[in-house]
Design a protein around this ligand. Structure first.
Ligand code: CP
Length: 299
């Protein structure tokens, strides 16, 4: 494993080879199924899950990944922490470190929150979603899911559309970095007002013309909690509807949670809809990918 980073904050910090090493290890864990890692690399170590924003997939998969590696975890959730009394994110993290945790997994609204914490603590920090800037463990698990689906090490030759509320999506930003590093051609699709100008990537407002030429669509949730505004024609223009799905033979991803009936039709969202629906495979890959990251940084 060539990557010597102490933290896991952005895929921009990793080379393609670094990503592939972690992905190969994640694949090993996926092939091993639900087994606990016999070497218990996290034995006697406690990982703090500091989640100041809500989560289902990321938090639970970090907890399961830690347990499978023989470690323990403690969860500190925004609504029940002393952040409600005004304690800062960095102070919260420093207090967790003072209790002896071996690493801090952080999700927060602050765009630079994980970087700020990393400057102030001596233990590894893992970015589990920061504001709208990044969600690198999600992008790595998406890459694991796709490379396994296509049966190859890289994504060269694949054209991937990321569709929806790009402006508020940390998943999109991390995936542009990760997927292009692995050789994929990425197009961001959405209404003009939800397509940021500062992302170095091809963009389009015409989903149908892009869909004809891609091997993967990654549908994104409209983030109403971040004040995203969409028109009444959003589903017709940007949804993976039954009609669009009927003519599409590529792979379907969604990082979750889904707005069924808006960005993706109910039937299309169900994994039985197609052998190329990888939405729950992404979730399974999430545990293995986070095992690889935790083992490398802390094991
Ligand atoms: N994909 C993702 O980050 O989901 P959660 O918000 O449920 O963790």
């Amino acid at each position: 494993m060539p990557w010597k980073g102490r933290h896991f904050l952005s895929l921009a910090d990793l080379s393609k080879e670094d990503m592939c090493s972690l992905m190969q290890r994640a694949s090993h864990f996926l092939d091993a199924g639900d087994r606990y890692e016999p070497d218990s690399p996290l034995a006697e170590k406690i990982i703090a899950n500091l989640f100041m924003e809500n989560s289902t997939r990321t938090r639970c998969s970090f907890t399961i990944a830690t347990k499978r590696l023989g470690g323990g975890s403690v969860d500190l959730l925004g609504g029940t922490s002393s952040a409600s009394k005004g304690e800062t994110l960095v102070d919260t993290a420093m207090n967790l470190e003072a209790m002896g945790v071996a690493g801090i997994v952080v999700r927060c609204a602050e765009e630079r929150g994980p970087w700020d914490i990393a400057e102030h603590v001596g233990v590894p920090v893992i970015n589990a979603g920061s504001g709208t800037t990044g969600h690198p463990t999600q992008a790595l698990l998406d890459a694991v899911t796709l490379t396994r689906h296509f049966g190859k090490d890289s994504l060269s030759g694949e054209h991937i559309a990321i569709v929806g509320d790009i402006a508020h999506s940390r998943v999109a930003k991390s995936n542009v970095i990760g997927l292009t590093k692995l050789g994929a051609n990425v197009t961001l699709v959405g209404p003009a007002e939800l397509l940021p100008s500062d992302v170095d990537c091809e963009t389009s407002t015409d989903f149908d013309s892009v869909l004809e030429n891609v091997s993967v669509v990654m549908m994104l949730r409209v983030q109403f909690e971040r004040d995203a505004k969409v028109g009444e024609d959003y589903r017709d223009r940007f949804g993976l509807t039954d009609n669009r799905f009927a003519n599409f033979r590529g792979a379907i991803l969604h990082p979750g949670p889904m707005n069924r009936g808006l960005e993706i039709d109910d039937n299309v969202a169900n994994v039985e809809s197609s052998p190329h629906n990888l939405i729950l495979s992404q979730v399974t890959s999430g545990v293995a990918t986070r095992m690889a990251i935790l083992e490398h940084l802390i094991g």
